[in-house]
Design a protein around this ligand. Structure first.
Ligand code: GCW
Length: 657
């Protein structure tokens, strides 16, 4: 971030200090919008917890104290009405307790007597940044990296506060498509500098590494994990890192996936590759997060490939390796059933990878609150079966951090769910809205409903009833179900997934098709395998559904598809209407910015509906039912419609025919 931008972002803070007056609301303060005279009476342990309360707490005296024997990162908050006591066994625990108190204050909800005891579900609650050394961010929609290319200490500290306030305790600083230079000694100095800023907030740093680093950085002739020199090179590198950063967290690895190097290049397994790194990290208590996002052509159905590659390796990974599995079997689609690896790896540590950045859910233009999607995941994958949680970050140097004011809610939610996956979407939305905007119920109540229903709305206008990967070639923003290109791999085209023909729509993954259903536990296998019991939200994921198939509500499948798209469009317009009526409760700046984005979203929803329905109609040859709104575009117009993806921030300026 350049200094100018840093200044712009935090100018309001300085303005406030000097002039003690109202300032422009640009979203830079996130949900940490504390207002206090800094006169709080805080005693006990020193450190960031105390500083935060001293500066931001408005209530009575607070005592912070260390208490042995409490769970790691856990805390207690007790008050008798006179004095509040926060106790924890570590500084991080005290800090989490302090932020809990500030959260209650932000929600206008401290209450007289408090008796709170909390500890996190997961030891590792990590944000993965897909940030490149040149400062660009892969699938980032909020500007440039805050870590690379002119980073600003003040910004990184604010980032740390935001993370700590929701319990996030780790950050992978660079893209999983990792450059070997990541481990270059000069670069490691910068990592050390970042680690020093994050440490007081209980956040450890991790790096994504390129498996071919011994060759490309170390000058060796091989990166074979069973080669002694290779293992020796990694050991030395790891030792070098720990000399600089004694609490370094470990490595994240994308291997043999989308062209990245890996152990399979040498005929070795993922387990052999991961274990070699794990041995180097073990003496320092570091971990390896090894991604299962691979799709080698070991099966004609991409949804089955990661399972086929990793399930046979169950039990072969060392105990400081955690397999990092995306929530769904394909790739962060708007809606996927869970990845069957979660229920089939019995003797291997597993963590979930969620995508906070909205690569497939409208980038920084669409308001899509992701809590309901992640709850849906946790309803089938038992939280206790996981060792850790990672989220692909949506943070950049944009003045409001995430590109859309409401995308901040997804960062917030990720942290809250990584701490406690049993929190409901509604609870989280309420917390976030009250702290970020106002505690006024006339705002919080309707906006909570709007946020909670937004996910279903977006799925409906993009890819209802189990559809997936209907995105335009070259980017993942708009629809192009017809997209193909000369020589392109078929599983990179929408037709591979929708399989539309004169009979119906959808990918037959039942036992009569690719039998992907058999990767699930028996009960679910049977449920998904039978078109009548398969949840309709996954219908075309698991079945090639006849156009005249009768849905539970009596409609034909084609009619239901039309209704779903239409509901999505109406839902998007309703979001705009609700927001418009919130004008009295929201500052001018954020009101106008969100309104502008919701208008884009409403227009985009029509684009999705018209493109998809008109295109699928060329196969179904059925009329669009009278009781839904009919497309207002022609298919040939839609097929010429392009957006310039260089400018997601402002795509309507980029539309061209
Ligand atoms: O979803 C896909 C993205 C790639 C990403 C890849 C992955 C970092 O389109 O941009 O690469 O997944 O998760 O590795």
């Amino acid at each position: 971030m350049n200094k100018n931008l840093a200044f712009r972002r935090f100018f309001p803070l300085f303005f406030c200090l000097f002039f003690v007056t109202a300032y422009a609301e640009d979203g830079s303060r996130l949900w940490l919008r504390y207002e206090s005279d800094g006169q709080a009476n805080i005693s006990g342990t020193f450190g960031v917890a105390r500083d935060e309360l001293q500066t931001n707490w408005n209530g009575g005296p607070v005592v912070l104290k260390r208490q042995k024997g409490m769970p790691k990162d856990g805390y207690k908050i007790v008050s008798d009405g006179e004095q509040i006591r926060i106790s924890a066994s570590t500084d991080a625990g005290l800090l989490y307790g302090a932020y809990h108190l500030l959260r209650l204050q932000g929600m206008g909800n401290v209450g007289k007597s408090l008796n709170i005891e909390e500890s996190p579900m997961y030891e590792w609650r990590i944000l993965d940044h897909w940030d490149n050394p040149d400062g660009t961010i892969e699938r980032g929609f909020a500007g440039h990296s805050i870590f690379w290319e002119n980073p600003c200490e003040f910004v990184i500290r604010q980032y740390a506060r935001a993370n700590a306030s929701v319990g996030i305790n780790g950050a992978v600083l660079n893209n999983v498509n990792a450059k070997p230079q990541t481990l270059d000694s000069d670069n490691l100095k910068q990592v050390q500098w970042i680690a020093d800023i994050l440490r007081p907030y209980g956040i450890r740093v991790y790096l994504s590494v390129n498996f071919a680093s011994p060759i490309r950085l170390g000058g060796l002739t091989t990166a074979d994990p069973l080669d002694k020199d290779v293992a020796g090179w990694w050991k030395q590198k790891v030792d070098e890192i720990y000399r600089l950063i004694p609490d370094f967290g470990g490595f994240l690895v994308k291997a043999n996936s989308e062209g990245e190097p890996g152990p399979c290049d040498y005929g070795r397994t993922h387990a052999e590759g991961a274990n070699m790194l794990a041995r180097a990290l073990k003496p320092h208590k570091g971990i390896v997060m090894w991604r299962t996002f691979v799709y080698a052509p070991n099966d004609p159905d991409r949804a089955k490939q990661a399972y086929k590659e990793f399930q046979p390796l169950d039990g072969q990974f060392l105990d400081n390796v955690i397999l990092q599995v995306k929530n769904g079997p394909i790739d962060f689609q708007p809606r996927e059933p869970y990845s069957p690896l979660f229920t089939s790896l019995k003797s291997t540590l597993v963590m979930a990878e969620l995508q906070v950045t909205q690569e497939y859910l409208g980038a920084a233009n669409h308001l899509t609150f992701l809590a309901p999607m992640w709850q849906e995941f946790f309803s089938l994958v038992k939280p206790a079966s996981l060792k850790a949680i990672a989220g692909v970050a949506n943070v950049g140097d944009n003045i409001n951090w995430c590109g859309h004011h409401f995308a901040q809610a997804n960062w917030y939610t990720f942290g809250r769910l990584a701490w406690n996956p049993n929190l409901t979407a509604e609870t989280i939305a309420r917390e976030w809205l009250a702290q970020t905007f106002t505690t006024d119920k006339r705002f919080v109540n309707p906006m909570t409903d709007m946020m909670v229903s937004s996910y279903e709305t977006v799925v409906s206008y993009m890819m209802p009833l189990g559809l997936h990967h209907q995105f335009a070639g070259g980017h993942h923003y708009g629809p192009e179900p017809w997209y193909t290109a000369p020589g392109i791999r078929s599983d990179w085209t929408p037709a591979y997934y929708h399989r539309a023909d004169s009979l119906g729509l959808g990918f037959d993954r039942s036992s009569r098709g690719t039998d992907a259903v058999s990767q699930y536990p028996d009960e679910l296998r049977d449920q998904y395998d039978d078109i009548r019991t398969c949840p309709e939200k996954y219908l075309t994921w698991f079945h090639h559904v006849p156009w005249d198939y009768r849905m539970h509500n009596g409609r034909t499948f084609w009619d239901e598809l039309c209704h779903k798209y239409d509901e999505g469009v109406h839902g998007a317009r309703r979001m705009l209407a609700i927001w418009d009526s919130m004008m009295p409760y929201v500052d001018k700046e954020r009101f106008a910015e969100v309104q502008r984005k919701l208008r884009i979203q409403a227009r985009d929803s029509e684009w999705w509906r018209d493109a998809c329905l008109l295109y699928f109609q060329t196969f179904s040859k059925r009329p669009i039912p009278q009781d839904v709104e009919h497309p207002v575009h022609n298919l040939d117009e839609m097929m010429k419609f392009r957006i310039h993806i260089t400018n997601y921030e402002n795509p309507e300026c980029g539309y061209s025919k």
